[in-house]
Design a protein around this ligand. Structure first.
Ligand code: SF4
Length: 280
């Protein structure tokens, strides 16, 4: 049994909060650059160039890449041969978020109750998803999620007979309804199958996949390519000001489902599709 201290988890997560909010991952930077090269609208090109300038300033002056530093979503892959010493794993993660957001001077956006809405003042609690895996590895992925784009996300419980065309319509409807509100160019995460909540989780996990990569499943890869092309013909464009580059990537994950259903979830992320990964 491998032991990992709760202190090391807290310290890693605090660093990850600061890192994810200050630096976009290389795949997202490359996707933004490519979008700038491919955009045809002068205004769209200008918006994309301003977004890249914003990233450069954030890097040079160590300021967050967006004022909405998000709600901390943490994916944990924990080997069944790992034992956490010290505090509970959830407490260690939340302490890391608290430390990262307070010591990193990141905006605190979390309220303790969805109706009473009192700010917790340290951006906790995080939303944590646990996967127990074989072996003794311990991996955390932090994805701070801004709510401009989160609010535009949708779930559709389709009938099986609606098939792949129904899936395409669902994704295009969600993106069309999002329009400028999701701070395009977007990354579109799609979860197909499972149950209501499994589809939603798949769509969020899909956002973590490298921009520009594709599914290994041939029909899913074709779906990703077709949807990206159709979204980029919608005319929404960078910043919603018109142009070709409405989305940088469409990432789709699938899972077995029930004979009577076809759940489709669309989790939209903006151009700051932030994440930071650590293995301890
Ligand atoms: S949707 Fe993204 S880019 Fe827009 S304000 Fe929120 S975090 Fe920032």
């Amino acid at each position: 049994m491998r032991e990992i201290s709760s202190e090391s988890i807290t310290a890693a997560l605090a660093e990850m909060c600061i890192e994810a909010n200050h630096y976009l991952t290389p795949d997202m930077e490359a996707a933004l650059k490519k979008a700038g090269d491919q955009e045809v609208s002068p205004l769209g090109k200008q918006v994309l160039s301003q977004l890249r300038e914003n990233l450069k300033i954030a890097d040079e002056e160590t300021i967050p890449i967006c004022q909405d530093t998000g709600m901390a979503v943490v994916f944990v892959e924990m080997g069944q041969d790992v034992h956490i010493t010290g505090s509970s794993l959830s407490d260690a993660i939340n302490e890391g978020v608290r430390k990262g957001y307070t010591e990193g001077y990141l905006r605190k956006s979390v309220v303790s109750d969805p109706i009473e809405r009192v700010n917790t003042k340290d951006n906790t609690p995080a939303v944590i998803h646990y996967d127990i895996v074989p072996g003794d590895k311990f991996k955390m992925t932090l994805a701070p999620k801004g709510f401009g784009s989160e609010n535009m996300s949708r779930i559709f419980m389709l009938k099986p007979a609606e098939g792949i065309e129904g899936v395409k319509n669902a994704v295009l409807t969600a993106v069309g309804d999002a329009g400028p509100n999701a701070c395009p160019p977007m990354v579109v995460g799609v979860g197909i199958g499972g149950t209501f909540e499994k589809a939603a989780l798949l769509s969020k996990k899909a956002l973590l996949r490298e921009a520009g990569s594709h599914s290994d499943i041939p029909y899913v890869k074709d779906l990703e390519i077709e949807l990206l092309d159709r979204i980029n013909k919608s005319g929404i464009g960078p910043g919603g000001l018109g142009g070709r580059m409405t989305a940088l990537a469409v990432n789709v994950l699938t899972y077995p489902t029930h004979i009577a259903g076809l759940p489709v979830a669309v989790n939209i992320c903006c151009h700051v599709n932030r994440h930071s990964v650590r293995e301890l």
